[in-house]
Design a protein around this ligand. Structure first.
Ligand code: SAH
Length: 241
């Protein structure tokens, strides 16, 4: 079928311009309309001042996707922007599902650096071995399922990376059933943005530390170590003594 318009679903990276991929900035340049949650469009407005910007408040994802499809149906090239990667707790999946109702609109996902690897670089090298990413948001996922996934990952000694971590206290309590209270953990607030702030601490300390929704949390596996202030999960190379 002949396509009328196009929607790029673009991951902007964690925040800073330097963490945006070349592919993402090229797609933004090609777009006439940029749609996204205000915080994210705010991050790029200065760099792309001549675009038409559309926005909706948080939690209006379906309306935002409809907006994107409607603009594309008028013949425009549209950028739907998300923080981090658009396919990781972003808008890519919903756009594909809704796209079934708009066969004339072409969709293309442009990947970005997700919070997990953006923050990992700040902390050191915590994700060197198998890891699980778990969002603690129970808006769209029942808490029982989240609990099961945390327990499964802890039981299997995965490094665990938590998004939307405000319920991290409960998560730490489950993990403490399988892992030592001294397990090396870390968190990074505002990755790649102004006020970036990173900390390394133990699992028992993390349980009693407040973290907000602009933070990504890392829980080491049984091998993770604090190496001169950096969080490092050994890959298993043997170093000469
Ligand atoms: N699509 C995004 C994730 C959206 S879910 C990505 O790929 O990164 C939102 C959660 O991601 C936040 O609650 C936080 O845990 C994490 N996050 C996103 N951007 C962040 C940043 N700049 N600094 C710290 N955490 C971030």
């Amino acid at each position: 079928m002949c396509k009328i318009g196009k929607v790029y679903v673009i991951g902007l990276g964690p925040g800073a311009e330097k963490e945006m991929t070349y592919q993402a900035s090229t797609a933004l340049e090609k777009s006439e309309v940029i749609i996204g949650y205000t915080v994210y469009t705010g991050l790029i407005r200065e760099r792309f001042p001549d675009k038409k910007y559309l926005s909706t408040p948080m939690r209006q994802e379906v309306i935002r996707c409809e907006m994107a499809m409607d603009e594309a149906m008028k013949g425009s090239t549209v950028a739907m922007v998300c923080s981090g990667d658009a396919g990781i707790y972003g808008m890519a999946g919903l756009l594909y599902e809704m796209g079934q109702g708009y066969p004339e609109v072409e969709l293309e996902v442009v990947p970005g650096i997700t919070a997990a690897n953006g923050g990992a670089a700040v902390l050191g090298a915590p994700l060197m071995h198998d890891f699980a990413v778990i969002s603690l948001s129970d808006l769209l996922t029942p808490w029982e399922k989240i609990e099961k996934r945390i327990r499964g990952a802890a039981m299997a000694d995965f490094v665990i990376c938590l998004y939307n971590p405000s319920s991290r206290k409960r998560a730490c309590e489950y993990i403490l059933e399988y892992q030592s209270p001294d397990t090396v953990c870390g968190y990074v607030r505002n990755i790649g943005r102004e006020g970036e702030d990173a900390h390394i601490l133990t699992l028992s300390e993390l349980k009693d530390t407040e973290v907000d929704m602009f933070t990504t949390v890392y829980i080491g596996n049984s091998q993770t170590r604090n190496v001169d202030g950096k969080m490092v999960t050994p890959r298993g190379y043997r170093l000469e003594e």
